[in-house]
Design a protein around this ligand. Structure first.
Ligand code: DX5
Ligand code: ZN
Length: 230
């Protein structure tokens, strides 16, 4: 992932899908043109909620060709990161707040053949990443406190996206900026204009009357916003 994508990517979050019909949800995402599938892994310790683990990722891997983007909201993520790659994750992201040896974890994810990402909670400044530039493929900025879908977007994250985009340009380094939490048709254009390359959307897709139409609407808004800065 040396270069930023020509068009911004949409990563619907299956956390908001019906877990009894994951196969159908994945088929719908693929047919609708979603670029990435965001998979929220929660352990009940790093965050208050518990979701799914490697067996479910392996089962999803059999149902879709789309890249599976595993967002690990777990303590000691280095213990499990490679197991998620083995289960079929193409992207694996680890919270900086959860891993004192994140440099090593990112390196091991890359060596296993997946894209390595660092996640920052809303209260963690983007400047804490500067000594890791070059060692990750993407940064995931949380725009809610992680743990649940359907929360409200925290507006000051827009400034974090701008600051990270500026740091990326200043250091002439390339990585994707992903944003996760409360993404909607209302804020997606501003996020893309601020420098985001990949937006995660849970409720905005799966709670929409027609999820496929919501995907296409978000993608159209993101692409139009990108054109204004190209
Ligand atoms: C929150 C998760 C998000 C969540 C997003 O902890 O990391 O990926 O699924 O859902 P929405 O888009 O509904 O905020
Ligand atoms: Zn997530």
């Amino acid at each position: 992932m040396a270069l930023r994508p020509a068009v911004p990517l949409l990563a619907p979050s299956i956390l908001s899908a019906d877990f009894a019909k994951l196969g159908e949800a994945l088929s719908m995402l693929e047919a609708s043109g979603a670029e990435v599938v965001h998979v929220d892994v929660m352990d009940g310790r790093f965050v208050p909620n518990i979701t799914l683990g490697m067996p479910v990722v392996a089962a999803m891997r059999k149902c879709t060709e789309l890249p599976l983007d595993c967002h690990l909201m777990i303590v000691e993520p280095s213990r499990y990161a490679l197991e998620f790659v083995e289960a079929g994750a193409s992207w694996v992201s680890v919270h900086q707040e959860a891993d004192p040896h994140i440099h090593r974890t990112l390196d091991s994810i890359r060596k296993a053949g997946a894209k390595a990402g660092v996640v920052l909670n809303p209260g963690t400044p983007v400047e804490t990443l500067t000594d890791l530039f070059g060692d990750f493929d993407f940064v995931l900025l949380m725009s809610v406190n992680p743990g649940f879908g359907g929360q409200g977007f925290i507006p000051r994250v827009l400034d974090k996206v701008r600051r990270l985009d500026a740091l990326r340009a200043e250091r002439q380094t390339s990585f994707l900026i992903q944003v996760d939490g409360g993404v909607s048709l209302k804020n997606a254009p501003e996020l893309v204009k601020a420098g985001a390359d990949c937006l995660v959307a849970g409720n905005a897709v799966f709670k929409a009357p027609v999820p496929a139409a919501a995907i296409q609407g978000l993608q159209a808004a993101m692409r139009a916003a990108r054109m204004t800065i190209a």
